[in-house]
Design a protein around this ligand. Structure first.
Ligand code: GLY
Ligand code: MN
Ligand code: MN
Length: 430
């Protein structure tokens, strides 16, 4: 694996020319008092280093004669390690993570200038760690103040996003293996959830069984699991998961496992009891058709826009057929009337982040095209809000439709000739 991280750094170096790239580890986050949330490394930092400790800085300096990859890390400290766990330390950063040079993080201010002054620009993302943003600006200004004496040094700070987005968008074989493992665990969890769902059970019981499977296989939830019965499914990020499920309701489960830092993201919606009501079935069939048609658009050369427009068209047409929207389909789409029912995108890149790095469009006219190695979710939905105010504004919608929320979400790999639905192991036709 170290060789893959090295290759990624080399690829980055080839794109930053004489620049110096600096990546900051993710900050820790307090849960309460002196208790912290489980730590998760910043995805770019992890992608380039595999190093998963906090309070670290990675410097990539292609023009340095020897130190092209430098790590600043927490030094080994027996007392601190007793409380908070093993640290790789300065020597480990070199031996285990391939750093050409490594320093204790406390030496950052002292050591960073020697790397900065040889670059013509700094590649750095102004991130969540505001104090560290200030540190970078401080070093940059200091270097600028003596620029005229050297004639070298960074004259700009540039975000590395266009470079890292491009790199992370196409998954390597190793990355795909981890995504497949995250998917495999998630598929098991969804299939079990379907089996044990029954009227009278609580949403949190289903959540517990899903996450039990994740954890048993060495994974963790990739995001807060959504187990939403009945009206709750109309709240896109419902996470309370505390309602008792009733016969004649649907259950929407949006849950995915994270394994080895890589994520799955699956949604299924099915009846809590044995059967759909006719209204639920009618909406389900539209969402399923939209999803299947959108999946068919996922192939090399097609654009992200074609993909989304396809889902929007099927959904709008279906809503008109059912009388939930009235008017001419193209006009309703142009006026975005469908957004009262379908207010989110049709998919997002998936990988190290659930909403993964990667561009969707390049200005007004140019959209991202699908290319082999990308992984995208396909997740259209229809949500008919039970909200009374909304109901007053939509008097044409009969109450029998209200509170139906349906989403179907798969994870799809773009292949040379089309696509592979990685999450096909969870049935969609109940
Ligand atoms: N579960 C988050 C999403 O579907 O985007
Ligand atoms: Mn999801
Ligand atoms: Mn998703």
């Amino acid at each position: 694996m170290q060789s893959e991280y090295r290759q990624r750094r080399e690829q980055l170096m080839s794109k930053i020319g004489n620049g110096v790239a600096i990546f900051r580890s993710a900050p820790t986050a307090v849960m309460h008092n002196d208790v912290e949330y489980n730590y998760r490394q910043d995805s770019n930092f992890f992608y380039l280093t595999g190093f998963n400790e906090a309070n670290a800085v990675a410097v990539i300096a292609p023009q340095h004669p020897e130190h092209k990859f430098v790590l600043f890390v927490q030094p080994k400290d027996r007392d601190k390690e007793i409380w908070s766990g093993y640290r790789v330390g300065v020597e480990g950063a070199k031996e285990e993570f391939g750093a050409d040079a490594a320093y204790p993080i406390a030496e950052l201010d002292e050591q960073l200038p020697q790397y900065l002054e040889q670059g013509d620009r700094i590649y750095y993302h102004m991130g969540r760690d505001r104090a560290f943003n200030e540190t970078i600006i401080k070093h940059w200004q200091k270097s600028l103040s003596t620029y005229h004496k050297r004639g070298t040094g960074p004259i700009a700070i540039e975000d590395p996003a266009p470079i890292t987005y491009g790199m992370r968008l196409i998954k390597s074989a190793t990355e795909l293996e981890l995504i497949r493992k995250a998917v495999e665990i998630s598929v098991k969890a969804h299939n079990l959830a379907r089996e044990i769902t029954a009227p009278g059970r609580y949403e949190y019981e289903i959540q517990a069984e899903i996450e039990h499977i994740f954890q048993l296989q060495g994974g963790v939830p990739a995001y807060p699991s959504i187990v939403a019965s009945g009206y709750n499914a109309c709240i896109l990020h419902y996470v309370e998961n505390n309602c008792q499920m009733q016969d004649e309701e649907l259950l929407l489960i949006d849950a995915g496992c994270s394994y080895g830092y890589y994520n799955a993201d699956i949604t299924r919606t099915f009846p809590v009891g044995d059967n759909f009501t006719p209204e639920q079935r009618a909406i389900y069939d539209i969402v399923l058709e939209a999803q299947l048609q959108a999946i068919a658009q996922v192939k090399p050369g097609n654009t992200f826009k074609q993909f989304h427009d396809t889902a929007v068209k099927v959904i709008t047409t279906g809503l008109v057929d059912l009388g939930l929207l009235s008017g001419e389909v193209d006009k309703l789409i142009e006026e975005e009337k469908y957004k009262a029912f379908y207010m989110h995108g049709t998919g997002h890149w998936l990988g190290l982040d659930v909403h993964d790095a990667g561009m969707y469009r390049f200005g007004e006219e140019t959209w991202q095209t699908f290319q082999p190695g990308q992984v995208i979710t396909v997740e259209p939905g229809i949500y008919i809000t039970p909200d009374i105010k909304a109901a007053e504004e939509q008097p044409e919608i009969d109450n029998m439709w209200r509170g139906i929320g349906i989403r179907i979400e798969d994870d799809v790999l773009v292949t040379e000739n089309g696509n592979e639905v990685l999450t096909a192991g969870v049935p969609k036709l109940p």
